[in-house]
Ligand binder design. Structure first.
Ligand code: ZN
Length: 74
């Protein structure tokens, strides 16, 4: 399989949101990142998040711009 074949596909939409973090959470995320892992933390059950923007994680384009066009991963 070549990279070009997998480059064209369906958009994978993701929402950007605002999540406040504490100094302790930032410290923990910094340590996790330094170790090569993706930082994570849990939110209380029932937490509602405001969506700031939606874009595609493959082609990085915003939903309003790319939703009617094919996804070409960058
Ligand atoms: Zn896309």
């Amino acid at each position: 399989m070549t990279e070009n074949i997998s480059a064209i596909g369906a958009h994978e939409w993701q929402a950007a949101t605002y999540v406040p973090v504490t100094a302790e959470q930032l410290q923990s995320m910094t340590v996790t990142s330094a170790g090569g892992a993706t930082p994570q933390f849990e939110l209380p059950a029932g937490t509602e998040l405001d969506v700031i923007a939606v874009n595609c994680r493959r082609c990085m384009r915003p939903f309003a711009e790319a939703s009617e066009q094919p996804c070409i991963a960058v």
